[in-house]
Design a protein around this ligand. Structure first.
Ligand code: SF4
Length: 738
């Protein structure tokens, strides 16, 4: 706690003042300046909120000085999930707040698209421009001609506005470029998508299976802590990865699988569990449907069948399946997160979900948590209008199992390029870097060229800013309220609060304010029937029976959880929301769609001679393409490397540290990237961390540093069930710089 203010007294102050309003008032007059040293005798306030340096949303406490400067961030010890932990990115939130490259005021394009020439305008003018454009497009083409690309909680208010305006076209990359297939596959099997955070009991697992999940390099504080706790308590670890990841280095079994053959491995594991009677018979009998069909389906898929496909020894496949059988039901088969790989990803997720079911892990200690219902209050809103034209992205039709709530980004890009099923004339891109999050950049750029209007709302001048007609600077997560967050698929459910720790710097504005102001100009105020975000918050928590003051002070409040089948009450029934009310090992829903009712293996395309399969992942100090300009994180990792195996590197005359350009199968080239020569990767793969190689000239640190994997993804294989873009079908070869 501060030198001068006790924690108890401070919390009282925060509560009484509306979560740091005093600090906020001081900040209003304070010029933007970097965090200074905490001077002796300065008054300090501590305000709890939650982090947005990635999507995990850890509890954070900001220490604010008497001048309204955020001195430092630390983990919130009162947060039920993250319990005082912040990762490097969470700690570096101050460097986002005080980044000199931040978007500071609304801007209108003056030059040609792509030149990045703008003039500064007022908020009144900016909102009039946007409202006027939306009105004109609605009159000429209908509201569905506007597409929305949101990301993160702050975009939800704009989402409400655009639904009220009448467009059904909204899509975020977290579905079609990330976890969509996983959620669809688990939903088909258990009747419920997994959501975020992953509902897995890593602490009490006796065995953890990671398939293409490099936990430890993708860092989420609570998950990584629980993973470490589980391992320290003796959990065994199976790491399936063509690369010797950090997790693989801790594993009891590292399976350096041939990329694209995971379904074959999963089928072989299933075969062993069934043929050797190692599955949870009582659980399957009570809860599952279609076991007989599954047993017949997997009968031919022995470890000997899978061995030449996966390049793994049959004995290792058998041994790891037996280890799972011995540890059941306390086995976490991690469902992964970014799982859009080969276009058959929903079926791979199904194969994983079926394995989970056979092990009896779903709803069991050391396996998967079930969600505990938490009531939340909502304002009654008028019905959202229906344009009658349907969606343009194919969700629910061309991609029958795509989430209509999350949409299909690439479907919207395609609709914009082709003007089918109808023309899309404007995009509003909100906290999303569409040039880095959606593959096939050439299509995205073509779509942008065809737009009448592109509005970008963001904190930082990300790549597509150069193409924007209107740029709106959003306040950072440390300067705004967002809708509160309920997390209920965890052992201890909770609600957490995002509240401003200082007033917005420069002329940036919170998302709720932008949406409400637009609503006023567009006659849509009825969809925002609250005067202040505090009123919105009070309504939200009303049925939770919690003390609002406590939530403001602590930042999060926990509720009793019922995460396991044995804890469930009548209120929680049914356990499984499938058509049969049971776990569907055999999926009639898939059969009815003409798809495989049980997963089948299809061999992936092989790399052309001289090329390596491009695989990619995360580093602990960066989130997507959003943190590379952050001075603290840039200091930890300024650019990415491309990993190549020692043997092909030698053949190509490449040494560790050499710079190469990567050229893909279509002749597209990357920016120069450093080579990392290592034994820790299969000799047919090239690996790089995602998010580098950004081109925005306004990102002075991140610009032209490292190479962009997305830029090299000129091909995708689309999952026919949910529209996700399989991206691991691109190949690269290193070309040495002259
Ligand atoms: S994992 Fe790190 S970046 Fe993500 S929310 Fe937590 S502290 Fe923030």
């Amino acid at each position: 706690m501060s030198d001068t203010v006790s924690r108890r007294r401070f919390l009282g102050t925060v509560a009484a003042s509306g979560a740091g309003a005093a600090a906020a008032a001081q900040a209003r007059a304070a010029p933007a300046r970097p965090p200074g040293k905490h001077g002796r005798g300065e008054r300090v306030q501590r305000v709890a909120t939650y982090c947005e340096m990635c999507f995990w949303r850890c509890g954070v406490v900001a220490e604010v000085d008497a001048d309204g400067r955020v001195l430092r961030l630390e983990g919130n010890p009162d947060h039920p999930l993250t319990q005082g932990r912040l990762c490097a990115r969470g700690n570096a939130g101050t460097s986002l707040l005080y980044d000199p490259d931040r978007l500071k005021y609304p801007m209108l394009r003056t030059g040609k698209r792509g030149e990045g020439q703008f003039k500064r305008i007022s908020w009144d003018e900016a909102l009039d421009v946007l409202a006027g454009k939306l009105k004109a497009i609605k009159e000429q083409h209908g509201p569905e001609a506007v597409a929305f690309f949101p990301h993160g909680v702050s975009a939800r208010f704009m989402g409400t506005l655009l639904k009220a305006y009448g467009t059904p076209n909204s899509a975020e990359p977290s579905f079609a470029q990330c976890r969509g297939p996983r959620d669809v596959g688990y939903n088909l099997t258990f009747g419920r998508a997994l959501g975020s955070p992953e509902p897995i009991d890593l602490e009490d697992a006796k065995l953890v299976v990671l398939i293409g999940s490099h936990l430890g390099e993708n860092v989420f504080t609570s998950q990584i802590t629980q993973f470490a706790t589980g391992l320290s308590r003796g959990a065994k670890l199976v790491a399936v990865d063509p690369r010797f990841s950090t997790a693989a280095s801790k594993a009891d079994w590292w399976l350096p699988i041939k990329p694209g053959t995971d379904i074959a491995l999963l089928l072989a594991w299933t075969n062993v569990l069934i043929t050797e009677g190692l599955y949870d018979k009582a659980y399957v009998e009570e809860h599952a449907h279609g076991f007989k069909e599954l047993a017949a389906h997997v009968a031919p898929f022995t470890p000997e069948w899978a061995s030449p496909i996966t390049a793994l020894p049959a004995e290792q496949i058998r041994e790891t399946a037996r280890a799972m059988g011995a540890a059941k039901p306390s086995v976490v088969v991690h469902p992964g997160r970014h799982v859009t790989w080969y276009g058959d990803d929903t079926q791979r997720a199904r194969a994983m979900a079926i394995l989970v079911a056979l092990l009896g892990s779903y709803g069991r200690k050391g396996g998967y948590f079930l969600p505990t219902p938490v009531p939340r209050g909502e304002f009654e809103l008028p019905d959202f209008p229906d344009s009658g034209k349907g969606r343009a992205d194919g969700a629910g039709e061309r991609y029958p199992l795509a989430s209509e709530e999350m949409g299909v980004t690439n479907g919207l890009v395609e609709a914009t390029v082709t003007a089918r099923p109808y023309p899309i004339k404007a995009w509003i891109v909100y906290a999303q870097n569409v040039l880095e999050s959606i593959p096939q950049q050439q299509s995205t750029l073509k779509a942008i060229e065809q737009l009448d209007f592109l509005c970008v709302v963001d904190v930082m001048p990300v790549d597509q800013i150069a193409y924007a007609d209107l740029v709106l600077p959003e306040a950072t997560y440390l300067e705004r309220y967002d809708a509160p967050l309920v997390v209920n698929s965890v052992k201890t459910p909770f609600v957490s609060l995002r509240q401003p720790v200082i007033e917005p710097l420069y002329e940036s504005k919170p998302g709720w304010w932008i949406a409400k102001e637009l609503a006023k100009r567009m006659g849509l105020e009825a969809y925002f029937p609250w005067a202040t975000p505090e009123e919105h918050l009070a309504k939200f928590v009303e049925p939770m029976g919690i003390n609002l003051l406590e939530l403001r002070n602590k930042g999060a409040v926990a509720f009793p959880g019922r995460p396991f089948l044995e804890d469930r009450t009548e209120d929680d029934l049914p356990h499984f929301y499938t058509d049969s009310g049971k776990i569907e090992l055999y999926s009639q829903a898939l059969k009815d769609l003409g798809a495989d009712p049980m997963p089948a293996f299809t061999p992936p395309e092989e790399p052309p001679a001289g090329f390596f399969r491009l695989v990619y992942g995360r580093a602990p100090m960066h989130s997507f393409a959003r943190t590379q300009n952050n001075d603290q994180l840039h200091g930890l990792m300024a650019e990415n490397d491309v990993w190549l195996h020692t043997k092909p590197a030698q053949t190509l005359g490449l040494r560790d540290g050499d710079r190469v350009v990567l050229e893909n199968q279509d002749g597209v080239k990357s920016l120069p990237i450093r080579v990392r020569v290592t034994e820790g990767i299969r000799d047919d793969c090239a690996y790089m961390v995602h998010g580098f190689g950004q081109r925005s000239r306004l990102l002075r640190r991140a610009r032209d540093r490292g190479a962009s994997d997305t830029h090299l993804m000129t091909r995708v294989k689309v999952d026919p069930l949910m529209g996700g873009t399989g991206m691991r079908i691109n190949f690269v070869r290193p070309v040495k710089e002259a």
